[in-house]
Design a protein around this ligand. Structure first.
Ligand SMILES: [Mg+2]
Length: 371
């Protein structure tokens, strides 16, 4: 279901539609609190009066996608008609203003992200520039770390083998999930990987919000002994005070952001010194427009950005801003795209194509569509 109109300038949207694809996971992914069941991928396509198309998307890791699609189809798409893709701030604020009853919230942010990324895709295509240049163009490549070999269900031997293979591939970091029932289990796994890869490889850990503040403080002290680069989502995201206490107690940077849905949440963390690394997720924050604001806010606090997941889109955003640290390597779009991100010497290269830089395969998108 979509909406259409033919008035306005060449950048004005005359047609907008949305649909949902289920994209299977490429790897079994488990952490301390959940499994990644499937990527529910919410797509938005806009077409301008001048004939340019833009495709954007957001996602869930297994449920709620139909609710996001419903918000788009019943409310947001019809507001898009007549708005100008060359004015993403205007489009975003117009839609946001219409969702007062459901903001700030997960479903609205995911819906706005699907729209906003489609708008940026069309805007960049109209200007014939790639997103990473349109949004700032700070660098043309970014270091990668891998997460696909660090899931919690994997045995220590598997973690070690994956980490060594990742090092061999030229990546400079690997992330391991933590949050085993016993702190000693986490530590033994980390020690084995550190012993195998040596001191030059970055090791990140991620507890997926599973710990209490007291337990996180205890484990951070253990993790310091294996030189951990960051401690990700140690506590529930709403426990800002807990993160603040943890950050004050450890030399390991505290990394947060994948479970935050508004700029103000990042401001609170940064203002209180509760975040050492910001992991803003372009879908969960509501799109490229607010993602860039969070990245620039972090820069003002001298904090670096290492976004969560969605490497196929985040590669362009981390290359746009000056304070990017790393890109997370979790391939997820191979089933619905005709080209992968380019990797050289452990770095992801910014895509050259005009738009958001993702080569969708129309037939595959159709084959995976469920709503
Ligand atoms: Mg995480």
């Amino acid at each position: 279901m979509g909406a259409s109109d033919s008035g306005g300038s060449d950048g004005c949207i005359v047609e907008a539609s949305a649909w949902l694809c289920d994209i299977p996971v490429e790897t079994v992914r488990t952490d301390a609190v959940q499994s990644f069941v499937k990527q529910e991928t919410i797509f938005v396509r806009v077409r301008t009066k001048g004939g340019t198309e833009g495709v954007g998307y957001s996602y869930t890791i297994g449920n709620g996608g139909a609710a996001v699609l419903s918000l788009l189809r019943t409310q947001l798409l019809e507001l898009l008609v007549g708005l100008d893709v060359d004015r993403p701030e205007h489009v975003w604020s117009t839609l946001f203003s219409s969702t007062r009853a459901t903001t700030v919230g997960v479903l609205t942010s995911l819906a706005l992200a699907a729209v906003d990324t489609a708008v940026w895709d069309a805007r960049c295509r109209r200007a014939d520039v790639p997103l990473w240049k349109a949004a700032g163009g700070a660098r043309d490549r970014i270091r990668l770390y891998d997460t696909e070999g660090g899931w919690l269900h994997l045995g220590t031997d598997e973690l070690v083998a994956h980490a060594l293979a990742t090092k061999e591939r030229g990546f400079s970091g690997v992330k391991l999930k933590v949050g085993k029932p016993g702190a000693h289990e986490d530590l033994e796994r980390l020690r084995a990987v550190r012993a195998a890869v040596g001191p030059g490889m970055d090791l990140m850990v991620d507890a997926n919000q599973s710990l209490t503040s007291a337990e996180a403080i205890r484990r951070a002290a253990l993790f310091e002994t294996v030189d951990v680069m960051w401690f990700e989502e140690p506590l529930p995201a709403e426990d800002v005070s807990g993160h603040e206490r943890l950050a004050a107690s450890t030399s390991v940077p505290v990394a947060v952001g994948e479970s935050m849905y508004a700029i103000g949440q990042f401001k609170e963390y940064l203002h209180r010194g509760a975040a050492g690394i910001v992991q803003v997720d372009v879908a969960r924050i509501g799109g490229i427009t607010p993602w860039l604001k969070v990245a620039h806010l972090a820069e003002a606090y001298n904090v670096q950005v290492a976004p969560h997941f969605l490497m196929e889109l985040h590669v362009s955003l981390v290359c746009a801003v000056p304070n990017a640290l790393y890109l997370e390597h979790i391939p997820q779009l191979r089933a619905v795209t005709s080209a992968e991100i380019r990797i050289e010497d452990g770095h992801a290269l910014a895509p050259d194509a005009a738009g958001i830089g993702i080569a969708w395969d129309p037939d595959a998108l159709e084959a995976h569509a469920v709503m």
